[in-house]
Design a protein around this ligand. Structure first.
Ligand code: 5GP
Ligand code: MN
Length: 339
């Protein structure tokens, strides 16, 4: 795909990413936004995202992000980044109505893409890496490079997770050559936590439970606990990765209650479990080693249902197949519904 060719003649371009935007979602959207603004100065370019967390204030142009979704006029081109259309939240309507819909993503659960033009590579570390690839041959600047680098750092766990490849590191090398303070960027957006975030992490770790001979670990935060500490979803990032780091753990589960008997589920695995297959079965998606979904029921129901699938994979009873393959299977064990 040739980015600038696809945007040729467009007067209004829109960009958005998934609900509860994470580092890669924000980095790729802002990188693309800044890049298109630079390359197409005559074109009106808008970027829509749910309110980005404070840590992302360091990105240039972040104040232009529209979280009110008040726009009425149709877009000539609309980009869905790091997600399929059904995870764009309020921006989904802009995407669906656009003259041309472009989807750039790296989720295996969205392997086919959902646009008129699709650039989906499940092997890529991040959507930011894909945006970087699409800018090939054109000069960037320090602000574009910083946004894309941030996205790559967040989705690769600072270039540690198995999704990191030679191409990722080559891209990172090119990006830092634009001369931003990458060390500070990593410290301030990836490692640094507020005191509250540290407290809730501690609470989640303290109350975690290991099962399946220590191969699985789960932690649950109820609405009541979240309200007590006064924390929101943006304060919970990193908890599930910490659970996965426990020695002997093959699969980590982290749940937090979004409302009565509704849980946002995060799954992480080390080597064996394909968590994208499990999340897809329950109506969510993601990657083989990091995935998520939303489930209804008591925490006990949710954990029981998830652990059945994990156990089957660990015992080799179930050949993991990401996507729809598991859907429509034996539903009897499903006491919690998926949405
Ligand atoms: P997290 O656990 O950090 O929320 O998400 C891990 C990965 O799974 C991310 O790539 C995220 O985009 C994806 N993911 C999380 N929740 C959902 C969901 O409900 N649906 C889909 N399709 N993907 C999800
Ligand atoms: Mn991503």
């Amino acid at each position: 795909m040739n980015l600038l060719e696809e945007c040729k003649g467009a007067e209004r371009i829109g960009i958005s990413g998934h609900i509860r935007p994470d580092g890669d979602c924000i980095g790729s959207c802002m990188g693309l936004y800044l890049y298109l603004k630079k390359e197409l100065p005559q074109t009106q370019i808008r970027v829509f995202l749910e309110k980005p967390a404070e840590i992302y204030r360091c990105l240039s142009g972040i104040e232009d992000v529209d979280s009110t979704y008040g726009e009425q006029k149709k877009f000539d081109v609309f980009f869905a980044l790091d997600a399929a259309a059904d995870r764009l939240g309020e921006a989904q309507a802009y995407f669906e109505a656009a003259g041309k819909r472009i989807n750039i993503d790296h989720h295996i659960s969205n392997a086919r893409g959902c646009g008129d033009v699709n650039y989906v590579d499940p092997q890529a570390s991040s959507t930011s890496e894909l945006v970087y690839r699409l800018t090939a041959g054109r000069p960037l600047d320090g602000e574009i490079a910083k946004a894309l680098y941030l996205g790559m750092v967040h989705d690769t766990g600072c270039f540690q997770y198995s999704c990191t490849g030679p191409e990722t590191l080559r891209a990172a090398a090119e990006l830092i050559s634009y001369g931003f303070d990458f060390s500070r960027l990593i410290e301030e957006t990836f490692y640094e936590k507020t005191y509250l975030q540290t407290q809730i992490l501690g609470r989640a770790l303290l109350e975690s439970i290991r099962f399946m001979d220590g191969r699985c670990v789960v932690s649950v935060l109820s609405r009541k606990t979240l309200d007590f500490y006064g924390v929101g979803p943006q304060d919970l990032e990193g908890i599930v990765s910490q659970l996965r780091s426990i020695k002997g753990v093959e699969c980590a589960i982290f749940l937090y209650e979004t409302r009565g008997q509704e849980y946002k589920v995060s799954l992480r695995s080390t080597q064996k479990v394909d968590v994208a297959a499990i999340a897809s079965y329950f109506g969510g998606g993601g990657h083989a080693r990091a995935a998520g979904c939303t489930m209804l029921g008591t925490a006990y129901d949710v954990i029981n249902n998830l652990s059945l699938h994990i156990e089957r994979q660990l015992d080799g009873e179930e050949k993991p197949k990401t996507g729809s393959a598991l859907a429509g299977g034996d539903d009897e064990e499903r006491r919690a519904e998926c949405i």
